[in-house]
Design a protein around this ligand. Structure first.
Ligand code: 2AM
Length: 186
């Protein structure tokens, strides 16, 4: 079995800029290291190797154009089943090309035999997971980073990642990259 997700990996300069948002003294925060930062298009979960090959083949068949992405703002989701856990993230400016790619990824993954995703797509880059958040402190972090904006960033491929959960956190491996076509002229 392998645990998979489909994501946009982010160029190292972008991850370095995002790193500047991390590391604040927030009790209970586990900051995502820059090498792990990505924008999830579709979480797949545990599948066997046969299904993984089918997912890879379906993703390889996607025809979509490259596009530009701008990151903007920060926010917090209540996360997981554990009460009082939050994830902190950087947001994304509304982007029809990203939505289009995400829809194509969703139908490819479903064609490969996965259950459809029922949750609404809320594009974001997770920066931290936070247990027992102190409202004043994470409110101050949100406020301090409210004007964050980064981009536009060229998106020329998307990636199938595998994930292993180790004691020291998650390890992500890029299993395959899928190129996007030439960007439309603006
Ligand atoms: P997020 O951090 O972008 O919100 C790899 O684990 C990625 O898949 C994570 O970045 C996470 O998204 C997403 N993910 C992990 N577990 C998940 C789950 N059970 N359901 C949905 N998405 C999940």
């Amino acid at each position: 079995m392998v645990r998979l997700f489909v994501a946009l990996d982010l160029p190292s300069q972008v991850r370095e800029r995002l790193r500047l948002l991390t590391g604040a003294k927030l009790p209970g925060a586990r900051w995502v290291p820059p090498e792990n930062m990505h924008l999830t298009l579709r979480f797949v979960g545990e599948v066997d190797h046969g299904r993984a090959d089918d997912i890879d083949a379906a993703l390889a068949g996607i025809a979509a154009r490259g596009f530009e992405l701008t990151l903007e703002g920060v926010g917090a989701f209540e996360s997981g089943r554990r009460l009082q856990a939050l994830s902190l993230w950087a947001g994304v400016v509304r982007n029809p090309a990203l939505e289009h790619l995400r829809a194509k990824v969703e139908s490819a993954v479903v064609r490969a035999g996965c259950e459809p995703e029922r949750r609404k797509f809320s594009p974001h880059v997770t920066l931290a997971r936070l247990d027992q958040p102190d409202p004043a402190k994470f409110g101050a972090w949100l406020h301090a980073n409210a004007l964050f904006r980064l981009g536009p960033v060229a998106v020329e491929h998307f990636t199938l990642f595998s994930s292993r959960l180790g004691r020291d956190g998650a390890h992500y491996t890029a299993e395959a990259d899928y190129p996007l076509g030439q960007r439309a002229l603006q």
